[in-house]
Write a protein of this length. Structure first.
Lengths: 381, 417
């Protein structure tokens, strides 16, 4: 009896093995094809061409920062997150080369996911007591901690990226107009989409990330009024693991591709890698965030789907801040790092943005800078 | 059945005689779930509930939870509470990435099992030999797993990936599909016929793009059942969890069995970690990527009444609910609420037949409330959907905890002699 059962099981498994085909073996896998071979959106009128740009080059004065000891407190992910923190690290590296900052006069510390508030305070206090000045806190998550720590060290110059601390005079806010940069990549998405259907994947449902969504949606709508938009946040506010979970990013990206979107914009930190993977698997395109993700080694295997990235020049802000401290001239920093001061922008690496599209983008950019288009920082719905 | 229900509660409850064997009950449950989903999908007009993509996602998300839960099952059946699953899983993710980027996915799997097993061994040494409180040791292992991998990845991954929190990309398994069957089911699903298309969608999700790891996990579930409930070794192992003193008096080497169980537990949790690393969306090891899945695995095991079949159901529930909310969000989830109303309606009828008036009334009230929610909102807010699996577990545990039965000596430190 047992022999027969074993034989039957063996036979069945052999037969089912024979029926199983390897997915990667030749046959076309029609995953994610939206069926309609539409050739793109009905595009809105192109904006007037931009006037010859007269961006002010930096004042050539040499600033010496070799006396500074700079402390950097990263948010979740830290150096090497292929995103936001890396950008801050790049600014610090630039300060090392351009301002003569000494390598051992820099200390970098990284936050852990869902850590307690006092862990952040301890980190900042540690940097301050060890004599680091200025200290840059990377990420809005440090706002509450800075409110406590900054008054305790009135002589230390703090800066906080993406946040502001009311009432603390020694904290310089470094905030960005993410919605303006996202507007431009929204335009890119609308021009690149074949199905006139684009997607947005946010990491955590918080006002900061909503700015990305808001700008993106407005840009896409401005370029193609009847475009369809999928949007999804990985985790609700309060649960910051959404910035750190590529598996979820992949699931959401795949869902949007299957719903018909063929250009995905991610503002999800390290989870964005999953979104890229989903875009690659579904023959869609993707737009990166914060840094020029096309050139990042950590996402190298899916770089061919990245058409552009919304640049948030945290590096510029960090560098400018360190420079301003070295010059002792904090008032020279812009209130908001926006398109006008090149605090945000878009990346062209990879050659996916042709001259026509570039002209359109410059047109929109000029209109935003001139104030003819105001980009709201809140999603419309 | 009615006579049984009305028996006085003061006496020791009589031995429940199961007319239907467990596997048949499981099949009925699965069939019921499919029927419920397809009815809901038909009545609410939300095909995503049973689409291939949803099921595939559910399988992928359920896999690490299932494996972690199985790990918990082995340890707890031998009487050792293993709250260190999360830490062992983290060790597994590191091991998988370290071996995986050098020698491929199979090596990743083995290394993950070995690393997880090392975590298990540590837990066994602490709890069995030295009699440390199981929870304390488990928490320590969670901390150790996170810290150790952080150290090791800074040491070994940083030179290659230029990121101390991440490994280089790990090659993934090829996926397999049941060729003709999958296409046939696909065309059936595309027809959108009531019932048939839903079943086709679910089946297609299960046979399309299957990773060898998924097949392996199924083998592990069945294997765990067979080993633990159908072999002498399993009986002895379980006796260590029920009454170690009695087992010892009959000549069972309790320490040895506990060691074996906890090491096995760690290995399975490690493989669960490998399932995360080898997930197609993940480039490789990433700090904090387990994200509490070890604990959810533990919850799935309790949900499943310390049995492999129930555990499979619990993991599937988590994977499905999570996949659904991530893929299609609040609107689809609303349909699921409608499904819950239908389920409650069936349960109410059942309770009425059994003349349990109070339970029926409670059911009616709950169904009414849920239907009110369904009727009044267009979309379940994302704050709620993200935690839906956890809420469902809470509800199930609250309702069914009377019937859950953990191994009698679970979590009790046993001293030989």
């Amino acid at each position: 009896m047992r022999g027969i059962a074993v034989a039957a099981i063996a036979l069945t498994s052999v037969m089912s093995m024979a029926a199983c085909a390897k997915d990667s073996g030749g046959t076309s896998n029609n995953a994610g094809s939206s069926g309609t071979a539409a050739s793109g959106c009905k595009l809105a009128d192109k904006p007037p061409a931009a006037a010859a740009s007269s961006s002010t080059a930096g004042d050539g004065t040499k600033v010496d920062g070799s006396a500074l000891k700079v402390g950097l407190a990263y948010d979740i992910g830290g150096r090497g997150d292929a995103s936001f923190n890396d950008s801050a690290a790049a600014g610090l590296d630039k300060a090392k080369t351009d301002l003569g900052l000494k390598a051992d006069a820099v200390k970098e510390l990284t936050a852990a996911p869902n850590e307690a508030e006092d862990a952040k305070q301890t980190r900042l206090r540690q940097l301050a007591t060890e004599g680091y000045n200025p200290i840059v806190a990377v990420g809005f998550a440090y706002a509450e901690s800075l409110k406590v720590v900054a008054p305790q060290f009135p002589d230390v110059k703090f800066a906080i990226v993406d946040g502001a601390v009311d009432g603390a005079t020694n904290v310089t806010p470094l905030v960005f107009a993410e919605e303006q940069g996202s507007f431009l990549v929204g335009v890119i998405a609308a021009y690149q989409s074949k199905a006139c259907h684009v997607g947005f994947v946010g990491g955590v449902d918080i006002p900061l990330i909503q700015k990305f969504e808001a700008g993106y949606a407005q840009g896409a709508k401005a370029a193609a009024p009847d475009i369809k938009l999928e949007k999804k946040y990985l985790t609700p506010a309060g649960d910051f693991t959404g910035f750190q979970d590529p598996a979820k990013g992949q699931v959401v990206g795949q869902g949007q591709v299957e719903a018909g979107a063929d250009v995905l914009y991610q503002a999800a930190g390290a989870s964005g890698k999953g979104v890229f993977a989903a875009a690659k698997a579904g023959n869609a395109k993707a737009i990166g965030v914060d840094s020029d993700q096309y050139n990042q080694p950590t996402v190298a295997e899916s770089k061919d789907v990245i058409v552009s990235s919304m640049l948030k020049r945290v590096d510029v802000a960090v560098f400018d801040f360190v420079k301003a401290v070295a010059k002792n001239d904090l008032a020279s920093l812009p209130k908001v790092f926006d398109l006008k001061v090149d605090g945000v922008g878009y990346a062209t690496s990879g050659g996916k943005i042709d001259a026509d599209l570039a002209a359109v983008l410059e047109g929109y950019k000029a209109q935003i800078i001139a104030g003819k288009i105001t980009v709201s920082d809140k999603p419309s719905s | 059945m009615t006579a049984l229900a009305e028996a006085p509660l003061t006496v020791v409850p009589p031995q429940r005689k199961r007319k239907i064997p467990g596997w048949a009950l499981g099949m009925i449950g699965v069939a019921g779930a499919i029927a419920l989903l397809s009815t809901t999908s038909y009545l609410t007009g939300v095909p995503q509930l049973t689409s291939t993509g949803t099921i595939q996602t559910a399988v992928r998300l359920a896999l690490p939870i299932l494996l972690a839960g199985l790990g918990g099952l082995w340890a707890e059946r031998a009487g050792v509470v293993n709250i260190g699953l999360e830490g062992m899983m983290i060790m597994g993710t590191w091991g998988a990435a370290w071996a995986g980027y050098q020698w491929g996915p199979w090596a990743a799997l083995i290394a993950a099992a070995v690393f997880g097993a090392l975590g298990g061994l540590l837990h066994a040494i602490a709890t069995v030999t030295f009699g440390v409180n199981h929870i304390v040791s488990g928490v320590a292992i969670n901390l150790l797993g996170a810290g150790l991998t952080k150290y090791l990845s800074t040491l070994l991954f940083f030179p290659i990936s230029h990121n101390p929190r991440e490994s280089p990309a790990v090659p993934k398994f090829d996926t397999y599909s049941a060729g003709g069957l999958s296409d046939w089911l696909g065309s059936l699903e595309a027809d959108q016929r009531v019932g048939i298309s839903d079943v086709a969608g679910i089946l297609r999700g299960l046979v399309t793009g299957v990773s060898p790891l998924t097949m392996l996990a199924v083998v592990f579930v069945v294997g765990s059942y067979l080993v633990l409930w159908r072999t002498r070794f399993g009986l002895r192992l379980r006796s260590c969890g029920e009454n170690p003193t009695a087992a010892e008096s009959l000549g069972v080497n309790v320490y040895l069995y506990k060691y074996a169980a906890v090491v096995m537990s760690g290995a399975l949790a490690g493989v669960g970690g490998a399932a995360l690393v080898l997930n197609p969306g993940n480039p490789g090891y990433l700090e904090g990527q387990t994200n509490g899945r070890g604990f959810i695995g533990l919850a799935a095991m309790i949900f499943g009444n310390w049995r492999p079949g129930g555990l499979l159901g619990g993991a599937a529930l988590f994977g499905y609910a999570d996949g659904l909310q991530l893929r299609s969000g609040g609107k689809t989830f609303l349909a699921l609420i409608y499904g819950a109303v239908l389920l409650l309606a069936v349960l109410v009828v059942w309770q009425l037949v059994r003349r349990r008036w109070f339970a029926a009334a409670t059911g009616i009230v709950a169904a009414g409330l849920l239907y009110g929610v369904y009727y009044s909102v267009d979309e379940v807010p994302s704050e709620l959907t993200a935690y839906a699996p956890h809420l469902v577990t809470l509800v199930v545990l609250a309702v069914a905890s009377q019937r859950l039965r953990m191994p009698a000596a679970d979590g009790v430190v046993y001293r030989r002699g």
